[in-house]
Design a protein around this ligand. Structure first.
Ligand code: NAD
Ligand code: ZN
Ligand code: ZN
Length: 392
């Protein structure tokens, strides 16, 4: 089959790789019809290079048609239309039975001390072949696949793999009181969707980014936005429009590749060029996180408010303003989305009335062969690219 493979820093290629096969009796094979490109893939493209091997298949936002099932699979049948969550979670362990699917104890990666394995997401998360491919082997076939109805286009359902549950968890963790206010930092797919969800739930949402078309997408839905590139004092500007107090909650949907920390930017580039055995400990222990967005969230949120972190952070040693966190009595919630925990709440929002605008959410539909160019354009935020879906 054809698959998008990582080959080196900023080098991904579509290659011919072996077809996946049923390995365990509860595996299924899915023929991928649509598969997303995520901001998380950009970390693989650059900063997480020490944790990848040339040839690793990327991608964790797939949906398609069940092509084959192992002997023990009863929950889905050949021909079913399914979305695959980005967490590889068993559905049976203690963590899964507490809705903490991104911490699944069956698939945790003990070599790196990390949580549940993820599709297409480095040795830190199990080095599981990903879904930017023509076919995908999916374990836990009686639990993991989300069956979706025939009829609506793939765009209606594909975001159940990551964008929708991640944004939903971000908003739920933000815990905005009725009629309260929410600032969303970063309006990539995750922040954009979180802003739509907050607004749908009746919250006052203020979105912040610096890419004009990303600001424009929210503005056109009647959601307030602030352009980071036009603000010398973002926190001050937010307080000015939130009774001088700041919002009830802030979602950080940016993560470690924030604009605004040039020194850390160099460190990121530097580790991308080091041999893995030097770069891995440097990234895990020394810490090169770019905390610009998180620091902004701490500054912006009102006293006693909540910060909900959806963006991915790595590293350990960047100083955090812990005194300010404590003094402002800030609650912090974060983590990889527990995808399966939110599906029942999300499915009713995926009807023909399309309250979240999922049908028109993707800006680009491309064949898989164009993935290498798409990675580059998505990283550079060129061509109005906000969300790319590949059709393998
Ligand atoms: N928690 C999870 O389960 C989960 C799931 C998916 C993605 N993520 C993470 O969420 C983050 C966002 O993902 P995405 O797909 O939307 O990515 P993205 O890279 O498209 O979006 C990030 C946005 O942040 C903006 N930005 C950069 N610096 C900023 C700053 N200082 N202030 C405000 N905005 C700033 C960028 O212009 C960009 O639009 C990434 O870190 C990704 O890895 C987490
Ligand atoms: Zn994703
Ligand atoms: Zn589990």
């Amino acid at each position: 089959m054809k698959a998008l493979t990582w080959q080196g820093t900023s080098d991904v290629r579509v290659e011919q790789v072996p077809d996946p096969a049923i390995e365990k009796p509860d595996d299924i094979i899915v023929r991928i019809t649509t598969t997303g490109l995520c901001g998380s893939d950009l970390h693989l493209y650059t900063v997480l290079a020490p944790f990848l091997d040339a040839g690793d298949v990327l991608g964790h936002e797939p949906m398609g048609i069940v092509e084959a099932v192992g002997g023990d699979v009863t929950a889905v049948s050949i021909g079913d239309r399914v979305v695959i969550p980005f967490n590889v979670s068993c559905g049976q362990c203690w963590m899964c039975s507490h809705d903490l699917y991104s911490q699944c104890e069956t698939t945790q990666v003990h070599d790196y001390g990390t949580g549940a394995s993820l599709f297409g997401y480095t040795k830190l998360y199990g080095q599981v072949p990903g879904g930017q491919a023509e076919f995908l082997r999916v374990p836990f076939g009686n639990f993991l696949p989300i069956k979706v109805p025939e009829g609506p286009p793939d765009d209606r359902f594909v975001f159940l793999s990551d964008v929708l549950p991640t944004a939903w968890q971000g908003v739920r963790y933000a815990d905005v009181p009725p009629g309260g206010s929410l600032v969303v930092l970063g309006l990539g797919p995750i922040g954009d969707m979180a802003a739509r969800i907050g607004s749908h739930l009746g919250q006052r949402v203020i979105g912040v980014d610096l890419v004009p078309e990303r600001l424009g997408r929210l503005r056109s839905r009647g959601i307030e936005v602030l352009d980071l590139s036009a603000e010398d004092d973002l926190a001050g500007a937010v307080r000015e429009i939130t009774d001088g107090r700041g919002p009830d909650a802030v979602i950080d949907a940016v993560g470690m590749e924030a604009h605004g920390s040039p020194v850390a930017g160099l460190a990121h580039k530097f580790t991308g060029l080091l041999p893995d055995k030097l770069a891995q400990p440097l990234m895990q222990n020394v810490g090169i996180s770019k905390l610009a967005a998180l620091r902004a969230a701490i500054d912006i949120v009102r006293r006693g408010g909540t910060i909900s972190i959806s963006g991915v952070y790595g590293g350990a040693a960047d100083p955090l303003p812990t005194m300010q966190l404590f003094d402002k009595q800030i609650q912090v919630r974060q983590g990889q989305a527990n995808v399966k925990a939110w599906i029942d709440e999300l499915l009713p929002l995926l009807g023909d009335d399309d309250p979240l605008g999922v049908d028109s959410f993707a800006t680009h539909h491309l064949p898989l062969s164009e993935a290498p160019t798409a990675y580059e354009q998505f990283q550079k935020k060129e061509d109005g690219m906000v969300k790319v879906l590949f059709n393998p």
